[in-house]
Design a protein around this ligand. Structure first.
Ligand SMILES: Cc1ncc(COP(=O)(O)O)c(C=O)c1O
Length: 420
């Protein structure tokens, strides 16, 4: 592999051989980024520009880029393991499956492994159909659960329609977030397999659930015989200040999906953790669902280390510190630009910065990028910038970040004054 390929060549080859639309889209948005070396919560553009990573690929780099302890766990594991044979029980899978069951609500009993988040969501949906003998799913309008066969039909039609994958509208019901009445209407025919909800919908800009919303949804599920799937892909693994976002809302889901950060950003691995009822198919025919790379043994070794590093009082404390410190700093920036910077959505280090106009978050993203901060706008609400610091950020990192964020917002406000 040539690590020294020029930026120009990389763009050209990406347009020719990889993804022309995506490559050009970023260039049009003023983001001429090719990631080079990475370390902790920074990475370098291949031309050498240092960037603070406030995207972290949705929490994939919760513990930083190329975390040395995680790399060490992987290297050690390669002395013994490879991907393994997915058909057999394995020392690595048994340990990780047990650890995930221990760390999730007590009603969850089995861990089913996949290699990507969408695949883990598809697994959750399949298991729900098995357990309920019902076909329908309810998801949140503008929710996001990935792009595979079933998962894509749960989300916005931007992602399903081009591939003729909207699904039968009777089977994939989309209801507004924080709306219990519509949820009950959709559930009360008692023919829905499961409701699936991101605890705080990421791609929708992290709108927070109203205090009793998720608990009430779970109660409705119980009343009408449907299952509750918690998509904790972005809100799990301590990002909210607790191991799982749902812990804040008093919900014990029937299925919990974790992905992204479980990989330590080093080896793809994801998990669907299910109740006895939902896992029942494994008693009938354990070979009914199979994934060659799901639960790869090297990935299990990495994920064990990730869980060890994540589930600690020290990390929990640090998340609270970072969350409070940034909240204070961002609030004081907001007070300087109240007509533009109109809201801060936050639970722990899950954050959305809300600006006044459609596409404002794209402008802020571009100006932060120029300041050396990479944070991405919410694809399904372009007023909101996703702002996702890592679990281990230091005070110094936060100070540097706040200075740059203020400069980026100031610049955006100036530009807007020009164009209005
Ligand atoms: C909440 C949520 N669920 C599911 C997924 C799908 O995960 P993956 O991209 O690993 O397939 C994502 C990815 O961004 C996500 O944010």
């Amino acid at each position: 592999m040539n690590f020294n390929m020029t930026k120009k060549q990389t763009f050209e080859d990406s347009i020719h051989y990889w993804n022309p639309g995506k490559t050009k889209q970023w260039l049009n948005d003023g983001i001429d980024l090719i990631m080079g070396k990475r370390e902790g919560y920074y990475f370098y553009d291949v031309d050498g520009k240092k960037m603070m990573d406030l995207h972290l690929n949705g929490g994939t780099y919760n513990l930083g880029h190329r975390n040395t302890e995680i790399i060490q766990a992987l290297v050690e594991a390669t002395e013994y393991y490879d991907i393994g044979n997915h058909h057999f029980p394995s020392t690595a899978r048994a340990q990780l499956a047990k650890r995930l069951v221990e760390l999730t609500p007590s009603n969850l009993k089995y861990t089913i492994f996949s290699s990507g988040g969408s695949e883990a969501i598809d697994t959750a949906l399949k298991c729900s159909r098995y357990a309920t003998k019902r076909k329908k799913f309810i998801s949140i309008k503008n929710g996001y659960h990935g792009h595979t066969g079933l998962a894509v039909s749960l989300g916005n039609e931007r992602y399903s329609k081009p591939f003729l994958s909207e699904g039968n509208p009777e089977d994939f019901i989309h209801v507004p977030f924080n709306d219990l009445e519509t949820m009950e209407q959709a559930l009360k025919n008692e023919d829905v397999a499961a409701v699936i909800i991101e605890t705080i919908p990421a791609t929708y800009g992290f709108p927070l659930p109203e205090p009793n919303y998720l608990k009430e949804v779970k109660a409705l599920c119980e009343r009408y015989g449907s299952l509750y799937i918690a998509d904790e892909v972005q809100t799990g693994l301590m990002r909210t200040g607790k191991m799982w976002g749902i812990e804040h809302y008093g919900v014990n889901p029937d299925i919990l999906v974790t992905a992204k950060g479980l990989s330590g950003g080093i080896y793809p691995i994801t998990a669907t953790i299910v109740s006895e009822q939902v896992g029942g198919w494994m008693h009938e025919d354990g070979l009914a669902h199979i994934s060659t790379f799901g639960g790869a043994e090297l990935g299990c070794a990495v994920a064990m280390k990730v869980l060890e590093l994540t589930a600690s009082d020290e990390v929990e404390k640090n998340v609270h510190f970072v969350a409070n410190y940034l909240k204070e700093g961002l609030t004081s920036i907001q007070q300087k630009y109240p007509d533009f910077f109109v809201g801060i959505r936050q639970l722990g280090v899950v954050m959305g910065l809300e600006f006044k106009f459609e596409d404002s978050a794209k402008d802020v993203m571009r100006n932060l990028y120029n300041e050396g901060v990479w944070a991405i706008y919410s694809m399904l609400d372009t007023k909101v910038l996703q702002f996702k610091p890592g679990l281990l950020c230091t005070k110094e990192y936060c100070d540097e970040l706040l200075t740059k964020v203020e400069a980026g917002i100031k610049k955006t406000v100036k530009e807007l004054a020009f164009t209005k």
